[in-house]
Design a protein around this ligand. Structure first.
Ligand code: GTP
Ligand code: MG
Length: 365
């Protein structure tokens, strides 16, 4: 009888199992090597395998980053004028482009280093490849930190409500981001309660009420000037009573001084813990992307003063400073969770590094 080389459907299960295991291990090993992983990741992500990106979301991201992209395009085009290969001169100009595009000095140096080692490895790189190499190296750098954690507005299942405390200086887009988040969570089927703990201005309470109405979720308020910690307490208590899945608390960005602001946040956290000992589960720092380097500075200061564990970067539409997202994503251990790409209720996206880099750089020139 002739022996078959491959198992047939009738053969024992372990033979098939063995083949599957070998296939699995060889694939994992290959995926470990970054060029292949990067290529697969970017392609899969574009095809929608790993990402939660629909065509509409991608279009919105492309449009939102249009100004940053145009600005990069114009600057990049100048780096290669009269040059056919990527040499030291081109790299010097590229360094300047990245720094002036708000990527930040540290991250720029890391990107240049990666491109330098690629140039010395590949010997000859034509300037027409610079764009795609830049895209790949930046995506590679950002993905090195941590593999994609885009969670499509999913929150962990808990016994208590998931409490999000939203912080940031005045005008960065906290209240707007809360409205957008409430809308997205509700759309996902979660029940949401909002808390208006920015009692510093009467308009702040009204503004959050308007967002609660738009997103069709309940809100807990007190009068202007009320103790923000008391509002936070009431909000969490009310959310527990009505079995909400998520609580999102707005805070003031402007107090008499910075120490006051930070003390206020500590007080709010402590009262939340009286009802939900593990809370707040998320301290979301909102940064205005259109302020470029200022956003970096604010991130540094807030992270030093309070335990921020998630970032949202707003107003990326209508600014040419989108590069700031690359620097912040590279330099802060705290993940960028959301990005704001417009004023409308549905213009908040879960941050996806690969898609972001893909949208930020021109495809060809
Ligand atoms: N274009 C654009 N505008 C945004 C975005 N997010 C917020 N804004 C605008 O930024 C302005 C300030 O937003 P708010 O949500 O009031 O900011 P805030 O941090 O709550 O401000 P304070 O309550 O004063 O501390 C508003 O005009 C918003 O419409 C965004 O992603 N894109
Ligand atoms: Mg506000």
């Amino acid at each position: 009888m002739v022996e078959e080389r491959f198992p047939l459907p009738g053969e024992p299960f372990f033979v098939w199992g063995g083949y599957i295991l070998v296939l699995f291990f060889s694939l994992s090993l290959q995926l470990h090597f970054s060029p292949l992983r990067r290529a697969l990741f970017l392609n899969f992500s574009r095809m929608g395998f790993f990402s939660i990106f629909s065509k509409e979301k991608k279009k919105e991201l492309d449009e939102g980053l249009q100004k940053s992209k145009e600005s990069f395009f114009a600057k990049l085009a100048k780096t290669v004028v009269g040059k056919s290969k990527v040499d030291d001169d081109v790299l010097d100009r590229l360094e300047e482009v990245l720094v002036t595009s708000d990527v930040g000095v540290e991250t720029t140096l890391r990107i240049i280093e990666r491109i330098e080692s690629r140039v010395s490895r590949d010997k000859y790189i034509g300037t027409e490849q610079l764009n795609s190499i830049l895209k790949e190296e930046i995506a590679g750098l950002l993905l090195e930190n941590d593999i994609e954690k885009a969670n499509d507005f999913v929150i962990p299942k808990l016994e208590t409500p998931y409490v999000v405390l939203v912080v940031g200086v005045n005008g960065v887009g906290k209240t707007t981001t809360i409205g957008k988040l409430a809308y997205q969570f509700k759309k996902k089927g979660y029940s949401v309660t909002l808390g208006a703990a920015d009692t510093f201005r009467a308009a702040a309470i009204e503004q959050l009420e308007a967002w609660a109405k738009r997103a069709d979720v309940p809100i807990v308020t007190q009068k202007m000037g009320a103790d923000p910690a008391a509002v936070a307490y009431d909000t969490v208590a009310s959310a527990i009573a009505r079995k909400s899945d998520v609580v999102i608390i707005d805070t003031a960005g402007r107090l008499h001084n910075k120490t006051n602001l930070m003390n206020e946040l500590i007080k709010i956290k402590n009262v939340i813990r009286k009802l939900v000992p593990e809370g707040p589960h998320e301290v979301l720092l909102v940064l205005d992307g259109s302020t470029g380097q200022n956003a970096f500075e604010q991130a540094r200061q807030f992270c030093a003063a309070t335990e921020v564990n998630a970032l949202a970067i707003t107003k990326l539409d209508g600014t040419a400073k989108g590069g700031v997202v690359i620097g912040i994503s590279d330099q802060f251990k705290i993940p960028i969770k959301y990005i704001g790409v417009g004023e409308k209720i549905d213009q908040l996206q879960v941050f996806n590094r690969a898609e972001f880099v893909d949208s930020l750089f021109p495809d060809n020139w």
